[in-house]
Design a protein around this ligand. Structure first.
Ligand code: HPA
Ligand code: ZN
Length: 336
């Protein structure tokens, strides 16, 4: 094995951009459809996989929302999350900050509590049985109205102590961060962290709105920041984390070829970038696959791998002592 792929395997890593519903593998989708008597427009697992050809974000989202319709009981959400945690164990992801989309479930009659308790129970077991720490980030669907997001935040009230932060996802263009100013302000008053998808398909102005308006701690994706040198300078100076998702970028045509992936330019510009899987069941791979794809396509170096892994812990919502512990173990394992 290429020594860089061995290094990727050996290093502990944090994942900061993973939609738990996007880790629903076709096999589980099929099993849960049977368990819950849901009919899917596919004859078998192969036809589900064959349908995963996307020209843009919306193509993917249409199948993502259709796929999540099989998730109905607390056990379903437990099984989904547990399967992701086993992938974390395989890839040496020791800390995960997990997005979920409550409105994708409450909108079709599944209670918030069912979703939240299923995910939480698996994360608790992940901590105890696998030694993987985790936090939960609740995302608002930006194609819906701010009122719906506000109602979701209020519905999350009884669980807010167990939620690390709020995020913003779904169809980006035409739904700027400013549409969600009030709900993000309230989340801030509740002591929640704030992150937002911005600059995946949307313009650099959306990244500015997320920073200056929504007061986010991190930008999810952020690729299009590169179109605005002043913005790049500011993101670099403030060390704002950008949670970049290489295989997602390729599969959603944010980049035309993995060889064109801008992660090296981002690192060279001093941006605080991390590598993440986004929706691994839909985009062809989990954490290590994303790193390996960069080794193959752009000859990602050992030093770049170590930098990206360090960035993942530094950009996490872990406390200082936990960050130090992980950074020290990266240092030892990297032989630096
Ligand atoms: N972008 C926006 N919304 C999403 C994504 C994404 O990559 N994945 C799941 N919801
Ligand atoms: Zn995402």
């Amino acid at each position: 094995m290429d020594s860089r792929k061995q290094l990727i395997k050996n290093l502990p890593k944090a994942e900061l951009h993973i939609h738990i519903e996007g880790s629903l593998e076709p096999e589980m989708m099929f099993d849960l459809a049977q368990r819950n008597g849901v009919s899917l427009p596919y004859a078998d697992v192969e036809s589900i996989r064959a349908a995963y050809q996307f020209d843009c974000l919306q193509d993917f989202l249409d199948l993502y929302y259709q796929g999540m319709s099989v998730l109905q009981t607390q056990q379903d959400f437990y099984d989904l999350t547990w399967a992701y945690l086993l992938r974390c164990r395989d890839d040496n992801v020791v800390h995960a900050e997990i997005f979920f989309d409550p409105q994708g479930h409450t909108g079709r009659g599944v209670d918030f509590e069912t979703v939240f308790e299923g995910i939480s129970a698996a994360l608790r077991d992940g901590e105890h049985k696998l030694g993987i720490s985790s936090q939960i980030i609740m995302c608002f669907l930006r194609h819906l109205e701010e009122e719906d997001a506000m109602a979701t935040l209020i519905e999350a009230g009884p669980f807010v102590d167990r939620i690390a932060g709020v995020g913003l996802d779904s169809s980006e263009v035409g739904h700027p961060p400013s549409k969600f100013q009030d709900v993000f302000d309230l989340a801030g008053e509740l002591g929640l962290r704030r992150v937002a998808h911005a600059g995946e398909e949307g313009p650099p102005e959306y990244i500015l709105e997320a920073l200056d308006g929504l007061q986010v701690d991190r930008i999810d994706h952020g690729n299009r920041s590169l179109e605005d040198p002043a913005l790049v300078g500011r993101l670099a100076e403030l060390k704002i984390p950008l949670t970049v998702c290489p295989q997602s970028n390729l599969r959603l045509a944010v980049v035309a070829d993995m060889k064109d992936h801008p992660i090296r330019s981002m690192l060279e510009a001093g941006l605080n970038v991390t590598v993440n899987s986004d929706d691994p069941a839909y985009f062809g791979g989990y954490m290590n696959d994303n790193f390996n794809a960069l080794v193959d396509a752009i000859d990602l170096s050992e030093a770049e791998i170590i930098k990206l892994v360090n960035n993942s812990f530094e950009s996490s919502f872990l406390d200082k002592a936990s960050k130090q512990k992980h950074l020290e173990s990266v240092r030892v394992l990297a032989g630096a």
